[in-house]
Structure formats: structure tokens, C-alpha cells
Design a binder for this molecule. Structure first.
Ligand code: AMP
Length: 114
């Protein structure tokens, strides 16, 4: 049996988190190490390790994550200016291998990101 990911354990309420949104398909919660006044993570309840592991049948779920991410930004009062980021692979900074969308807002967001 494979071990549950950190985010599966948050979804199961085994690890506490500040939850900002939940539905049947996903959970959104505050990042423990925020990089902006709003820094939330939107994670699918069905774990996919990373975007590059997704398959065509995941398309609706992936789209849903983006819609929820925009809703999380709107709900926090940042609906007009926010950044969504997905790190894919250790070389791109991914540390938790359970796909998640970072939602960042509330400070100037420069480009390119680091
Ligand atoms: P990434 O580096 O893209 O894989 O992002 C993983 C994110 O998970 C980082 O921004 C971490 O700060 C965040 N994180 C790690 N542990 C927790 C936790 N227990 N609760 C909330 N966020 C976490």
C-alpha cells in the first residue's frame, strides 16, 4: 500500500489546516509558509502526483481546480489580481507530490517568478 500524501492527510483531517473551500472534488487551505497575504493551495481529493501525470480523463478535474482557485481569490477579496502557480517536478520546486494549485495575492506579483 502506498503511503498517504501530506495533503491526503489534511483532506482526511489527520493534519490540521485552515480550510477555505471544500467540495466533493477538492479542498483549499492556507499554505503553512505563506508567500503573500493570500497563499492558499487547491488540491484534488483524488491524488495525482503532478500535472505531467494527468491523463485526458483528468481534464474536467484540472479545470475545476482552476475555477475553485479563482473563487478562493475572489472570496478573499483579490478577484481581480492573483497568481496561480503549479510546480511540476522537484526541478521546478515541487516538494509535495500531490498536485496542487498555489493561489497567491495581496502584494505586487512580479514577473518572471523566481
Ligand atoms: P510545492 O513546493 O509546490 O510542492 O508546494 C508545497 C507547499 O505546501 C509549500 O508552499 C508548503 O509551504 C506547503 N505546505 C507544506 N506542509 C503544509 C501543511 N502542513 N499545511 C499547509 N501547507 C503546507
Amino acid at each position: 500500500m502506498t503511503q498517504a500524501t501530506l495533503f491526503e492527510r489534511i483532506i482526511a483531517r489527520e493534519i490540521p489546516a485552515t480550510i477555505v473551500f471544500e467540495d466533493a472534488q477538492c479542498l483549499a487551505f492556507k499554505d503553512i509558509n505563506p508567500q503573500a497575504p493570500l497563499h492558499a493551495l487547491v488540491v484534488p481529493k483524488r491524488p495525482i502526483p503532478k500535472v505531467s501525470d494527468a491523463v485526458p480523463s483528468d481534464a474536467a478535474l484540472l479545470g475545476h481546480l482552476l475555477l475553485v482557485a479563482a473563487q478562493v481569490a475572489r472570496d478573499a477579496g483579490y478577484g481581480e489580481a492573483f497568481r496561480l502557480a503549479i510546480n511540476n517536478g522537484a526541478g521546478a520546486g515541487q516538494t509535495v507530490f500531490h498536485l496542487h494549485v498555489h493561489v497567491l495575492a495581496g502584494r505586487p506579483l512580479t514577473w518572471p517568478p523566481g
